[in-house]
Design a protein around this ligand. Structure first.
Ligand SMILES: [Ca+2]
Ligand SMILES: [Ca+2]
Ligand SMILES: [Ca+2]
Length: 348
């Protein structure tokens, strides 16, 4: 009798444990996951240089295994931009899904529910139950100086049955400082005879055209501001000429300007353009004097340095100093520079 009782107890215990397991299978969550971003590198970064960071997925008892992720990463489009090929924004890393990892889709689009910019990534691979690893590396280029931040604003994860997996996103954005010195030059381009008197902001070295040149190609044509300051923006590493030009002046040239790691590392100060090349043949001579005489006392002359955004003005080169009149001041400048040839070397 005792034996029967023991057998009954064992059977009952076994059945009870089965039913408890069944209850557990129904009520326990099917695992959780989280998404985080690594700190961007390098930090500080530079304009025109690459910035990258990783997306990490951590799966925790996800059954029957996490197999797909749909992730929106917000980026600051004023400070960073995608590489030349948008497809190279996302690089699959076989750390979370293993070698089966693939990126099904990467697009640059608006973030869900806002006008912010997002990289939208869809990736999938072999089922992962409990595992943490990098699923993708994102690449951007520094665009402007500032503190650029990235954050996951939406993420949908699914298990091998297609069921959503509850997940939490990294609460904090990851940020990188983009260096303001990259692309800027501690130099100025002035013009002999200026400041003129009729410019919009009362005396200016504005609107001298400046660019970098290398291997017969001109890069990043821009204009000086009223103080003659300028930025050359993005330049690939290499050695350049800096070229400055304004109507009525000889060009000035700075050679051997080195850009390394996205920064202009050559040190150079100001240059002053020499006035008097009215006909633009890179030499100041009697032909230029004649042009001044021919236009002597012309008034109300439009000047490029006073135009909005340095645009759409056919500057009269005989009004060398941009005061709106061709007179003895212009004649004095050309006469003082007779015989000079351009481009002149970079010097005050
Ligand atoms: Ca000339
Ligand atoms: Ca003048
Ligand atoms: Ca002029």
């Amino acid at each position: 009798m005792k034996t029967y009782r023991w057998i009954a107890v064992i059977i009952l215990t076994f059945m009870l444990s089965l039913s408890v397991s069944a209850v557990n299978a129904q009520t326990l969550p099917q695992g959780t996951a989280s998404i985080s971003l690594t700190a961007p590198t390098p930090n500080p970064a530079a304009t025109s240089r690459e910035i990258s960071f990783d997306i990490i997925i951590s799966a925790n008892y996800v059954t029957p295994g996490l197999t797909a992720a749909d992730i929106y990463v917000k980026y600051d489009s004023a400070l960073v931009e995608p590489p030349a090929s948008p497809n190279s924004v996302a690089e699959a890393i076989p750390d979370f899904f293993g070698t089966s990892n693939n990126i099904s889709s990467i697009e640059l689009t608006q973030c869900p529910g806002s006008t912010d910019s997002c990289a939208h990534l869809i990736t999938a691979g072999a089922a992962q139950v409990t595992h943490s690893g990098v699923v993708a590396r994102l690449h951007f280029m520094g665009k402007a100086a500032g503190n650029a931040c990235f954050s996951v604003v939406q993420s949908l994860l699914a298990n091998a049955n297609g069921t959503p997996v509850p997940n939490s996103q990294a609460p904090q954005a990851v940020c990188v400082n983009i260096d303001s010195t990259a692309g800027t030059v501690n130099a100025a381009i002035l013009r002999q005879g200026t400041p003129a008197t009729i410019s919009l902001d009362g005396g200016t070295s504005a609107c001298t055209a400046v660019s970098a040149r290398a291997r017969g190609t001109e890069f990043n044509l821009s204009n000086t501001d009223k103080d003659g300051k300028f930025s050359l923006g993005k330049l690939e590493d290499g050695t350049y000429f800096i070229w400055a030009a304004y109507p009525g002046y000889l060009d000035s040239r700075k050679s051997g300007v080195v850009v390394a790691d996205g920064k202009i590392i050559s040190d150079f100060g100001a240059t002053t353009l020499r006035g008097g090349d009215i006909n633009g043949d890179d030499v100041i001579n009697i032909l230029d004097v004649r042009l001044i005489i021919r236009r002597f006392n012309w008034t109300n002359i439009p000047v490029r340095s006073a135009s909005i955004n340095c645009s759409n003005v056919d500057d009269e080169p005989a009004d060398i100093n941009d005061d709106g009149i061709v007179n003895i001041s212009d004649l004095a400048i050309v006469s003082g520079n007779l015989g000079l040839k351009g481009p002149t070397i970079w010097q005050p």
